[in-house]
Design a binder for this molecule. Structure first.
Ligand code: ZN
Length: 90
């Protein structure tokens, strides 16, 4: 399993919106870095919202709790037991 797949699965496990997960993995795949706005909007939770959701979070139109669904039960986790997250590992 490559790191893109792992990040996608982790995002789904944490209940992150698919638009945000997709944007994050596309950024990673292209060798990019999250913007300061995204990092700020994620409030150091490890979650990096897509630009559209980042803007809504920063302007107070939505909260992180509005955006992040309940995580799935641990039993649906992949066989990979590493504690990956959407946060950059460096
Ligand atoms: Zn989003």
């Amino acid at each position: 399993m490559n790191h893109i797949t792992r990040h996608t699965l982790a995002g789904q496990r944490y209940g992150y919106p698919i638009c945000c997960v997709s944007h994050f993995v596309r950024t990673l795949a292209n060798g990019g870095r999250p913007s300061a706005t995204q990092i700020l909007a994620g409030e150091k939770t490890g979650f990096l919202p897509c630009p559209e959701h980042s803007l809504k979070l920063i302007t107070g139109r939505i909260t992180l709790a509005d955006l992040i669904a309940q995580p799935l039960a641990p039993s649906v986790q992949s066989k990979d037991h590493s504690q990956s997250s959407l946060a950059p590992s460096e």
